[in-house]
Design a protein around this ligand. Structure first.
Ligand code: DPP
Ligand code: ZN
Length: 844
């Protein structure tokens, strides 16, 4: 397979004036007739005419009405064309029913739908399938299905056909078509300039009752983007379709977003609070792409973070505004550390703007998305909110209708603010998570913080230069008062000091408030000082962080056989938990111990080879300690978290339920599951039901509840995904692989459905003590199923192989077994480019 390089970019030889597509739908033999008006690109360096195309059967093709015989290979076709505007027409045949890759046009439960990002359109017709070719599309769909949809506005329809026109030039990856037996929840939104927008959320009959939340989220997103970014919607209709077989969460196709059912359907009895929050965030994310991604798109796929990093930053800000900003930030950082830091500290580490790739589908990563968002958050911190808004206004003015680059984006900030961002750009070009260490000095009323930054080598990048790091810092006095409020320390050197003069007493520093940069901060501090910050910091993120650091120190000591600072931790935790001024959601997060994977990385960073079994046991022991220490408070606190009001998926109720369940997990350690059984029996919503089921499984008292759950929800695929997932993630470490293997034989297991596959094997990958069990059963099983899935759905198979990305952390035995599993995958016949690239990078 060929490697694609950013430095090889050349402008397209021909541009597209407009596109007319006709679809004659048939399950195994759909015909697609394209009429495309091309014109030479004055900026092109060559006149070679090439159209991408994969898995297409060409029926005929013409140039200006004359039949041509193009040269065809597995990537596309070439033909002789005039050095002047011309019309290309072609008819191809494709097989949606046989399309298990879920890229291009495919059938999902009898419904036609498309996924074209990144390179799926070339599986629909021959086309310059690259994002810098933008054109208006007119689409005619002919089919028996009652609902026929495409991008843009509906322009005409009759029995068995419909026509849609999208006036906004777009790249082919934003094309969408849906046809099926669907019903819509309808609503409307009036934009600030009085445009009436029809809103339709299409689902399969029977799912109508799960559409209200997404619709409300959509309207809130449309309003927020007007108020905060000044961005208004630009078509007469905005549609969302829910699809049950979908590789990603959702897709921002112009005017016709397509969603994985898991990212859009919600009801109190089938969805958890976490589901509601995720749906709100994803609906917003895809809607926000209308401006950051669609109106301004990417020149090439090396610019992917231009739209994804920015749009994640936008959806995070939206959720922070709608919910609790502190809780949102903590959750976003937990996700960043759990996925992106893990990626950035292993063989798959790559730049926010990579220099090369083999398969672009492998770069829809936590680094492109979450680190990309952090980079934009840092820009926001450095320039301040007013200049940020000025820069964004300029970005929309200057690049609307264009396919832009990350350099364009940075230039906008330079022009709007007068700042030189040359050094800042390293955040895009240097992979790896920077380590930031700090030392303090106290002398004659002057306090000095000296920071040193160091980014470890990553594959292909041995040397790292210093980054611009905004370190938001405040100082607390000995009595807990804030003596120096938050300020941005702008670090640009490898080692740099910042002084604070005129202080009456040695302060306690609160560093990296709000997690102002995606770095790993190491700072020696006594358990007492951490407990002091947990009790007094005015920055909620750092308050939570102090507790987490303390918990990590306890766990590290337990794993390495040292004396853990247990009293300091338990005392601080108890005080925090009883503090009614703290919102329940925050307290629930503070009760959350660092995860096993997080601990493995932490130990590895400290030069200790992590043993997943010992980490698991230490965590269990600590949870037991916490439960016993808090024993007397549990009943009262639990009673306080009972909600009398009718269910609402809002942040306030969700926070109370989160704390109630955190307390229930502790209670379960003391009563063997009695309280959890009662909560399970009485629950009137999925959050409590599932939370209680998890407790029962942990107490090995879940059999009856599992059977009840299955009987009740056998007809609901999304709920059954939870049933599968819970059994794996709550399995004892030595049983996890067996449980996953057994579930994969269950009649309701279907490897062709990405959600179901992930519910079993994604759950196994995220169960460190199970996946890394010394028997090697987890590795072997994962390899078996990646090998089976690869020919059907290479994208998901490739993604799943990321389970092995932590190979470098572990002992020789485990590394040997992981290597063996990876080599077995690598050697399997006909391995896809997707999985081949991933496994190759991990083994390298
Ligand atoms: N649908 C994916 C997202 O919105 C890829 N664009 O991030
Ligand atoms: Zn996105």
């Amino acid at each position: 397979p060929q490697t694609i390089y950013l430095s090889d970019y050349t402008p397209p030889a021909y541009l597209v004036e407009d596109v007319h597509l006709t679809f004659r739908l048939a399950p195994t033999a759909t015909r697609v007739i394209a009429r495309i008006n091309f014109r030479p690109n004055p900026e092109a360096k060559s006149r070679a005419f090439f159209l991408h195309g994969e898995g297409l059967k060409l029926i005929w093709a013409t140039v200006d009405g004359q039949i041509v015989q193009p040269g065809i290979d597995e990537d596309g076709l070439t033909a002789e064309v005039p050095d002047a505007p011309f019309t290309w027409e072609a008819e191809v045949e494709i097989d949606p029913a046989g399309n298990t890759r879920l890229e291009g046009l495919y059938l999902s439960n009898g419904m036609y739908c498309t996924q074209c990002e990144a390179e799926g359109f070339r599986r629909i017709t021959y086309y310059p399938d690259r994002p810098d070719v933008m054109a208006p599309f007119t689409v005619r769909i002919e089919g028996e299905e009652p609902v026929l949809l495409s991008n843009g506005n509906p322009t005409d329809h009759g029995p068995g056909w419909a026509e849609w026109t999208d006036p906004w030039p777009k790249p082919s990856y934003l094309f969408a078509l849906v046809a099926g037996d669907l019903v819509a929840r309808e609503d409307s939104f009036t934009t600030r300039n009085e445009r009436e927008v029809a809103l339709k959320l299409w689902v399969r009959p029977g799912d109508e009752h799960k559409t209200e939340w997404a619709m409300e989220s959509l309207k809130a997103s449309m309003k927020w983007d007007e108020e905060v970014y000044g961005r208004e919607y630009d078509l007469d209709i905005f549609q969302i379709v829910a699809v049950s077989d979908f590789n990603m969460g959702a897709m921002e196709n112009k005017g016709l977003n397509i969603f994985n059912t898991s990212a859009v359907l919600a009801s109190p009895d089938t969805s958890t609070d976490a589901n509601f929050a995720r749906i709100e965030g994803i609906v917003a994310h895809e809607y926000f792409h209308n401006w950051t991604g669609n109106r301004i798109t990417c020149r090439d796929w090396f610019q992917l973070s231009l739209k994804e990093g920015l749009t994640v930053f936008r959806d995070q800000s939206f959720s922070a505004d709608l919910r609790s900003a502190a809780v949102q930030r903590i959750e976003d950082v937990m996700a960043l550390r759990g996925r992106q830091f893990r990626e950035d500290n292993g063989p798959l580490a790559h730049q926010v703007q990579p220099d090369s790739f083999v398969e672009i589908n492998n770069f829809y990563t936590a680094t492109i998305y979450e680190k990309g968002a952090e980079v934009i958050r840092m820009l926001h911190t450095l320039v301040g909110p007013d200049d940020y808004r000025k820069a964004l206004d300029l970005y929309f003015d200057r690049h609307d209708g264009e396919a832009a680059t990350i350099d364009d984006w940075l230039n906008v900030f330079e022009d709007a603010t007068g700042r030189d961002l040359g050094q800042f750009k390293r955040w895009y070009k240097q992979a790896g998570t920077p380590r930031l260490s700090v030392e303090e000095q106290w002398e004659d009323g002057t306090y000095t913080l000296t920071f040193t930054q160091d980014t470890p080598p990553t594959p292909g990048q041995d040397e790292k230069a210093p980054l611009v790091i905004p370190i938001v810092t405040g100082l607390l006095g000995p009595n807990g008062d804030e003596v120096v409020p938050s300020q941005v320390l702008e670090m640009t050197e490898k080692t740099q000091s910042f002084t604070f003069a005129g202080l009456g007493a040695k302060p306690v520093p609160s560093i990296l408030r709000g997690f102002s940069a995606p770095v790993i901060l190491t700072r020696e501090a006594s358990p007492e000082e951490r407990a002091f910050l947990l009790a007094n910091d005015t920055d909620p993120f750092n308050r939570w962080e102090a507790g987490r650091m303390l918990a990590k120190e306890v766990l590290t000591a337990m794993v390495t056989g040292k004396e853990p600072p247990l009293d300091a931790y338990l005392g601080a935790l108890a005080t925090m938990l009883r503090d009614d001024s703290l919102e329940p959601a925050f307290r629930a997060l503070a009760l959350h111990l660092p995860g096993e994977d997080d601990m493995a990385q932490t130990l590895h960073d400290a030069g200790i080879t992590p043993d997943p079994a010992r980490i698991h046991d230490a965590r269990e022991t600590l949870l037991q300690e916490v439960a016993e220490h808090l024993q007397d408070s549990l009943p009262r606190l639990s009673a306080e978290m009972v909600i009398e009001a009718p269910f609402a998926p809002d942040a306030e109720q969700a926070g109370k339920r989160a704390l109630a369940l955190a307390l229930l997990r502790l209670t379960t350690r003391l009563d063997g599951g009695k309280a959890a059984a009662k909560v399970y029996a009485e629950a009137d919503n999925m959050t409590l039901s599932l939370g209680a089921l998890g407790c029962l499984l942990d107490a090995e008292a879940g059999e009856a509840a599992l059977a009840d759950f299955e009987a009740r929800w056998a007809g609901d695929a999304l709920v059954m995904d939870k049933w599968f997932m819970m059994q794996v993630s709550h399995a004892a470490p030595e049983k996890a692989a067996d449980v996953a293997a057994r579930l994969a034989e269950h009649p309701a297991f279907n490897m062709k459905n990405p959600n179901r596959f992930r519910s079993v094997f994604g759950a196994l990958a995220m169960h460190p003590a199970g996946f890394h069990h010394a028997s090697g059963a987890g590795y072997a099983l994962m390899a078996d199923w990646i090998i089976r899935l690869d020919p059907l759905n290479p994208q998901i198979a490739a993604r799943m192989s990321g389970a092995f990305e932590t190979i470098g952390r572990y002992d020789a035995d485990r590394q040997g077994m992981m290597r063996e599993a990876l080599e077995r995958i690598a050697a399997s016949e006909g391995l896809s480019r997707d999985t081949g690239e991933m496994v190759g990078r991990i083994l390298r």
